[in-house]
Design a protein around this ligand. Structure first.
Ligand code: ADP
Ligand code: MG
Length: 697
C-alpha cells in the first residue's frame, strides 16, 4: 500500500472532525452533547446535520443513502434511496432532510419478529443512532440505525444494546457518586472484538455444496496433517493471504476502523484480525463491517473467507474474543485497579459486581453465545465444556480469598493489609493470563469473554454483560446509599458478595473433565446445547432483569426466544437437506462408479489370468460395498428423522427434534461417508478433501 495511512484513516466517515469542520458551532455542540449523553437529538438540529452529511457524502462519491440496521437474522440489512429529487421537467437536485436522517420506514414483515408480527403492524421503523458515525461505502451514505416495530418493540439487536448501555451508565453513576466522583457525566462500556476466520481457495469452495449452503463441511476425513505440529500459529503469512489482509486493512482504515493486529491462528488456513477497542455500540457496528469486508475482499483474491464456528471437524474452530471494560467520559478505565487503596476499593467493588453478575446470570451469558454453529465448539466432544466461569489470576484470587476468610492478605509486594478496615493494598496487574481455557478471563484492565462464535453479532453478549452488571451496581448502590458508615458497608458488601459468588471463580484447566465434575459440585450450570440455553431466556428472573432495566420487555424476550429456536431448527434443517443431496447425488454415485471400475479391472485381469486371486479388488469391493450399503441405510434414517422434525409444529419440540434426532443421524451418516473417502480413488471422490481445502490456500 503506497497511500499515507493517517490520510486515508477515517476518510469515509462522518466523524467528529468532519462534524466540527462542516457544522455550524451551535449545531455541532448540540449534536456532540447528544452523542456524549445519549439524549435524544433536537429535531431542528437534524435538518442541518442531514444537509451537511449529504454534501460531504456526495463529495465522497455517494448518490444514495441507506438506513443500516441489524435485524434478528444476525446479519445487517440496508435499503438504498437516492438523494435525487425532481425539480421542474427533467431536472433533479440532491436532497436529504432531517426527517429522512432520523427516521426511516421499512416493511418489517419479512424480518424475523418471533410472533410480534401477528399482533403488530407490519410496518417497522429505523431510527438514527447518532452515537455511531455515518460512513460512505459502495456509493451510499450509511446511517447506523435501530429497528423497531410500529408500536415500539425492538426488532433488532442495536436497540436493546443501546438500552443496556443506558442501564449500566445510570446504575454505575450512582456508585461513582458514592465514591465522591462528581465529574463523570457518562459511563460507557468498551469493546475490542478479536475476530477469527478461515480462508479457502474459491475453486475448492465452489466444489463443496456443504460450504456453500451451510458454511461448514458436513463430510471430510481428516487430512494426514492437522495442527499437531503447531507450526501455523503466529507463523509467517503467505503472500496471497498477506495481500488479502493488506487490502482488508486499507478498507477498514478508510471506515475509521482501527484494525490493528493480524496473525495466523492455531489451525491451518486460520487467521485472526483484532481492532483497537472502542465504545460498545460502535464496536458492534464495526465488527459487522469487519466480517463483511473479510468476505468481500477475499473474493477479489480468489479466496473465500469462512466465518463459521466449525468449518472443519477435528481442527480448532473459530471464535471471537469479546474484550469488555467500563470507562468514564473523562477517560478513566474502571477496571484499571489504580495505585491508591481508595481507588482499589472502588475497583474491588466493581470487580465484586461483575463476579456477582456473571454468577447470577450464567444462563444468559451462555445463551448469548449459543447457536447451531457454536454448538460444535462449546460443550461438544472436542471443545471446552459450556460452563461459565471467571479467571482472575493468582493475586486477585488470593485477595478475594483473604476477604472471604476475614484474614490479613500478605501480598508479594503489597505488604500487610488489615481487612477490618476497607483498605486494600496496591497490587500488580495480572497481565500474565495465558490461561486460554477460561471462558471469561480478567486480563489486567478488562474482561475477555471468549465463548463467542466467530460469525455472531456481538450485541447479545454485551447486552447481557451490561445489564447484569447494571443490576449488581443497582443492588450495591441501594445498600450503600442507605448506610451511615460507607466504609463499613463497602467492606461488608465485598465480604458477602465474594463469599456467595466465589464458586464462579476458577483458575484451572477449563477443558478438563475434572472441571466438569467440580463445576457440578459447585452448582454451576452446564447448558450443553443451544436449545437448552435458549429455553432459559424467559425464566422469571431474566424477564425481571431485562424489564426492570428497560432493556427488553417480556414480549420482546419471548419473541427473541422463539426466533432463536426457529433459526436453530432452520439451520440444522438446511444442513440435513444438504447432506441428503450430497450423499444421494454425488457420493453414492461416485463410490458406485469406482466400484464399477474396480470390478471391471478385476474382470479384465481374470480374463487373461484366471488363476489370479485379485485380493486387492475383492477386499475393496467387499469393504466399499458394505460401507455404501450402510450409508444408504443411514441416508434413509436421516430422511425419516428430518421429515418428522420438519413436521413438528411446536417450536421448542421442533428445535429439540433437530438437535436430538437429526444431528446424531447426520453424525452417523458422516462416519460411513468419511470411511468411504479413505478407500475411494481420489480421481473418483467428488469433492475436495480436508487436505486440499486447508493446505492449498
Ligand atoms: P490477546 O487477547 O490476543 O492477548 P490483546 O491483549 O492485545 O490480545 O488485546 C485484545 C483486545 O482487547 C484488543 O482488541 C484491544 O484493543 C482490546 N482492549 C484493550 N483494552 C481494552 C478495554 N479497556 N476495553 C475493551 N477492550 C480492550
Ligand atoms: Mg484474546
Amino acid at each position: 500500500m503506497n497511500k499515507h495511512v493517517p490520510e486515508i484513516f477515517g476518510s469515509m466517515v462522518f466523524n467528529d472532525d468532519v462534524m466540527r469542520e462542516r457544522l455550524p458551532k451551535e449545531v455541532y455542540k448540540s449534536l456532540t452533547k447528544t452523542i456524549a449523553t445519549g439524549k435524544t437529538i433536537d429535531a431542528s438540529v437534524a435538518d442541518v446535520v442531514a444537509n451537511a452529511m449529504k454534501d460531504w457524502a456526495i463529495e465522497k462519491g455517494a448518490t444514495h443513502y441507506t438506513h443500516w440496521f441489524q435485524p434478528l437474522t444476525g446479519v445487517t440489512a440496508e435499503k438504498h434511496d437516492s438523494f435525487i429529487s425532481p425539480v421542474g421537467n427533467c431536472k433533479v437536485v440532491m436532497e436529504f432532510s432531517g426527517k429522512e436522517l432520523i427516521k426511516g420506514e421499512s416493511d418489517a414483515s419479512s424480518f424475523p419478529s418471533g410472533g410480534l408480527r401477528a399482533t403488530f403492524e407490519a410496518r417497522g421503523y429505523t431510527a438514527w443512532d447518532p452515537a455511531s458515525y455515518a460512513f460512505v461505502k459502495d456509493g451510499s451514505l450509511y446511517i447506523p440505525t435501530a429497528f423497531c416495530s410500529y408500536t415500539g418493540e425492538a426488532l433488532d439487536t442495536k436497540t436493546p444494546l443501546l438500552r443496556s448501555m443506558d442501564a449500566i451508565n445510570a446504575q454505575g453513576l450512582r456508585l461513582l457518586r458514592l465514591f465522591g466522583d462528581m465529574t463523570t457525566k457518562r459511563l460507557s462500556t468498551t469493546i475490542g472484538a478479536e475476530q477469527e476466520y478461515f480462508m479457502i481457495d474459491k475453486e475448492m469452495y465452489d466444489l463443496r455444496k456443504d460450504l456453500q449452503f451451510t458454511g461448514r463441511t458436513l463430510f471430510g476425513a481428516p487430512a494426514p496433517k492437522g495442527q499437531e505440529l503447531e507450526d501455523h500459529y503466529f507463523g509467517p503469512l503467505n503472500s496471497r493471504i498477506s495481500a488479502f489482509m493488506e487490502e482488508v486493512d486499507e478498507n477498514l482504515w478508510r471506515l475509521g476502523i482501527n484494525s490493528k493486529t493480524k496473525h495466523n491462528e492455531a489451525a491451518p488456513a486460520q487467521h485472526e484480525l483484532a481492532p483497537i477497542y472502542g465504545t460498545t455500540n460502535m464496536a458492534v457496528d464495526q465488527n459487522l463491517l469487519i466480517m463483511e469486508y473479510l468476505k468481500k475482499i477475499a473474493e477479489k483474491h480468489g479466496l473465500v473467507c469462512l466465518l463459521h464456528e466449525k468449518p472443519y471437524a477435528g481442527v480448532s474452530g473459530s471464535g471471537k474474543h469479546n474484550n469488555w471494560s467500563i470507562s468514564t467520559d473523562t477517560g478513566k478505565n474502571l477496571l484499571d485497579a489504580g495505585k491508591t487503596p481508595a481507588e482499589n476499593l472502588k475497583f474491588m467493588l466493581i470487580l465484586a459486581a461483575i463476579i456477582k453478575a456473571v454468577d447470577d446470570y450464567q444462563d444468559l451469558l451462555r445463551l448469548s453465545v449459543a447457536s447451531a454453529g457454536n454448538d460444535h465448539r462449546l460443550g461438544s466432544s472436542e471443545a471446552p465444556p459450556a460452563i461459565i466461569s471467571i479467571f482472575l489470576g493468582e493475586e486477585l484470587g488470593q485477595i478475594i480469598q483473604s476477604i472471604v476468610d476475614g484474614k490479613t492478605y500478605k501480598g508479594a509486594r503489597a505488604g500487610i493489609m488489615d481487612l477490618g478496615i476497607p483498605t486494600i493494598p496496591t497490587f500488580r496487574k495480572d497481565t500474565t493470563d495465558r490461561n486460554r481455557t477460561s471462558p471469561l478471563a480478567f486480563t489486567g484492565n478488562k474482561f475477555e469473554f471468549r465463548m463467542l462464535g466467530s460469525s455472531q453479532n456481538i450485541a447479545m453478549p454485551n447486552i447481557v454483560l451490561n445489564t447484569a452488571v447494571a443490576e449488581s451496581f443497582r443492588q450495591f448502590a441501594d445498600v450503600l446509599e442507605a448506610s451511615d458508615d460507607f466504609d463499613a458497608a463497602v467492606a461488608k458488601l465485598l465480604k458477602d458478595t465474594f463469599t456467595k459468588h466465589q464458586r464462579i471463580i476458577f483458575d484451572g484447566d477449563g477443558y478438563s473433565e475434572e472441571w466438569e465434575k467440580e463445576a457440578e459440585k459447585r452448582g454451576l450450570l452446564n447448558l450443553r446445547t443451544s436449545v437448552d440455553a435458549f429455553r432459559q431466556f424467559d425464566a422469571p428472573k431474566n424477564v425481571k432483569l431485562f424489564s426492570e432495566h428497560g432493556v427488553m420487555s417480556e414480549t420482546e424476550i419471548r419473541s427473541r426466544e422463539d426466533i432463536l429456536l426457529e433459526n436453530y431448527a432452520k439451520i440444522v434443517n438446511i444442513e440435513a437437506l444438504t447432506m441428503i443431496e450430497m450423499v444421494s447425488r454425488d457420493i453414492i454415485p461416485a463410490v458406485n462408479a469406482y466400484l464399477g471400475d474396480v470390478a471391471s479391472t478385476m474382470g479384465a485381469k481374470l480374463s487373461v489370468m484366471p488363476e489370479l486371486s485379485c485380493e486387492v479388488e475383492k477386499d475393496l469391493l467387499t469393504k466399499l460395498t458394505e460401507l455404501n450399503a450402510k450409508t444408504y441405510r443411514d441416508l434413509a434414517v436421516l430422511k425419516e428423522v428430518e421429515l418428522q422434525a420438519a413436521k413438528e409444529k411446536d417450536i421448542l419440540k421442533k428445535a429439540q427434534a433437530y438437535g436430538d434426532e437429526v444431528l446424531p443421524a447426520m453424525a452417523t451418516l458422516r462416519r460411513h461417508v468419511d470411511a468411504m473417502e479413505c478407500l475411494t480413488s481420489s480421481e473418483y471422490w467428488p469433492v475436495p478433501t480436508y487436505g486440499d481445502m486447508m493446505f492449498k490456500v
